[in-house]
Write a protein that binds this ligand. Structure first.
Ligand code: DC
Length: 227
């Protein structure tokens, strides 16, 4: 694991923020606009959580979780996520899996086990990475760091819509409660807590459309790299 800046390393845009802040959509669109790679780091935590749930691994067994995470070799292709030949792209979006992901993410050994896998996504011509600690821990030399937020209520409404569209049942009040709980856990954990990286662009998307939010990120990147 190294944090040293390498001038030849492909550029990274790091987009961090709380659950359901729209990071995934925004990051994917920014990656598409530049023709860059995209890393959904939350998906890796969710894959680890899904495996743990299916294997019956206790969510507080740090060493067993780290071993399970070290063995992960997921393949991302055209919206599918293959783990051991099985597509888990939909299964990892279930609320129970997101909640378990947030629980296992508090363990430093589990987080350390996922570092190299996350950094392996940094390939030419560039990478847009979204998560909680992309700018603070995984890619501290990112060219642009964005901290994307939105009010808890608007995030709950967005998550509700997403889940219904995917065919999951969902209750708005429960989602809001769960989202506040998850925010608190992600922000208060000792290991790589969710917080804006130094120098991050703070972007509140509550009253912005997806297009406006994407444009704000593209604009900020152009300004930072031109100066
Ligand atoms: O972004 P998401 O909702 O898919 O992430 C699920 C959980 O994974 C989140 O609650 C905390 C954890 N996570 C993390 O700790 N660090 C990351 N870089 C990404 C996700």
């Amino acid at each position: 694991m190294t944090d040293d800046h390498d001038d030849n390393a492909p550029p990274v845009i790091a987009i961090d923020g709380p659950t359901a802040s729209g990071k995934g959509t925004i990051a994917q669109r920014v990656a598409d606009a530049f023709g860059w790679h995209y890393l959904d780091s939350g998906a890796l935590y969710r894959i680890a959580a899904l495996r743990a749930l299916r294997a019956g691994t206790p969510l507080d067994d740090e060493e067993a979780l780290a071993a399970l995470a070290r063995a992960l070799a997921p393949q991302f292709a055209q919206g599918r996520i293959l783990v051991d030949g099985q597509d888990v792209a939909d299964a990892i979006r279930a609320e129970a899996v997101g909640s378990a992901a947030s629980r296992i993410a508090v363990h430093p050994a589990l987080r350390a086990a996922l570092v190299d896998l996350q950094r392996s996504f940094r390939r030419p011509p560039g990478l847009v990475a979204d998560g909680r600690d992309m700018g603070t821990a995984i890619f501290p030399d990112a060219s642009l760091k964005v901290f994307l937020t939105a009010s808890a209520e608007s995030r709950a409404i967005r998550r509700h819509k997403q889940l219904i569209e995917k065919g999951f049942s969902a209750n708005l009040t429960d989602l809001l409660l769960d989202l506040r709980e998850r925010d608190a856990r992600d922000m208060q954990r000792a290991s790589a807590p969710l917080k804006p990286a130094q120098g991050a662009l703070l972007l509140d998307s509550t009253d912005l459309t997806i297009e406006q939010t994407v444009e704000a990120v593209l604009d900020a990147y152009r300004r930072r790299t031109e100066s």
